[in-house]
Design a protein around this ligand. Sequence first.
Ligand SMILES: [Zn+2]
Ligand SMILES: [Zn+2]
Length: 313
Amino acid sequence: MKKCRFCDSSAIVRLPYANLSLCGEHFKGYYIGRIRRVLDKHKIHGEVLVATSGGKDSMALLHALSEISKVDDRANFTAFHINLGIFDYSRKSEEIVREFSKKLGVVLIVYDLKKEIGYTIPELIRVSKRPPCAVCGIVKRWVLNKVAYECGFDYLATGHNIDDISTILLKALLSQDMYTILRMQSEFSPPRNDIKLVGKIRPQFYLSEMENRLYAELNKIPVIGEDCPLSKGATLHKYRSLWDHILKTNPVSQINFIRSILKLREQMAAFKQPTHLCKKCEFPTESETELCAFCRLIDSAGKRNTETLGLVS
Ligand SMILES: [Zn+2]
Ligand SMILES: [Zn+2]
C-alpha cells in the first residue's frame, strides 16, 4: 500500500475519485472536513435534528456532527430515532442509538410509531399491501418533517450515501420512473415555513458507503450490522453492483451521474416542489389529491380516527 498523502504512515484507504491515499487519522480528518464543508456551503446554523436509524451512515453522521460541534458552536445537534416496530430489528436499533447518543452526550428524542400513530411498519405493510420500502419511506418522511417542524428545529439532517442515491436514480432511469427522479432530494433544501416544511441537509450526499463504514470502524461506532429484514430481496440490491463495473472505468462517474441528473432536473419545467398542505394532517404534500401520501396510507389501513395520529390535542 502507498504512503498517506499527508504523513509518513502507510495508507489504509485509497479514494480513486479524489486520487487520494490516506492513513486512518488523516482519513478521519478528511471525512469530517467533507461534512463540515457541506454545513459551511449551505450556512447551516441553529437547531439541527439528526435522523439516526442505527445504521452506519446515520451513526457516522451523528459522530462527525458531534465532533464538529466540539470546536464550532454555530449549530446544536439533537439525535432523533423512530422505533418502526420491526420486531427485534427495531428493538436492537433503538438500543444502539440510545447507548451511542448517551456516550456522545447528545440529546436523543425517540418516536415510537405504534404509540404515536397506532401502527407499526409491518402492520401498515400488511393492510396497505404496498412494497415495504415504499411504506417505510412515506412514514419516515412524514414523521421526520412533522417532529422537526413542531419541535422548532431549523434543519433536519439525514444520513445517506452516494451508492444508495446513485442506485435509486439509476434504477429509476432504467425503468422510466420519472416521479422518483423529480422527487429525489439533493444535498440541501431550504425551509419553507409557509407549508410547514423544514430545511433538509444531507451532509453525506457525495460520500460513499465504504467511506461511511470506514469512518464508523475507525471510530469504533456501534452500528446495527444487519439489513432491515423487510428489505430482503429488494431489486435495488441487484442494480447496485452495476456501479462496481462503471466505477472501475471512471472513478468520478457516480458523482457526475448525480450532478447530471440534478442539472437536467433544474431545467425541467415540470419539476415540482410540494406547494400545498394536506387537508387532513396539514403538512406539506406534492400530491395532486387533497391528502398526502402518509394520510392516504393511514386511511388505507382503515383507521380514520385522527386522534391516533396525535393531531388532536
Ligand atoms: Zn496520514
Ligand atoms: Zn396528510
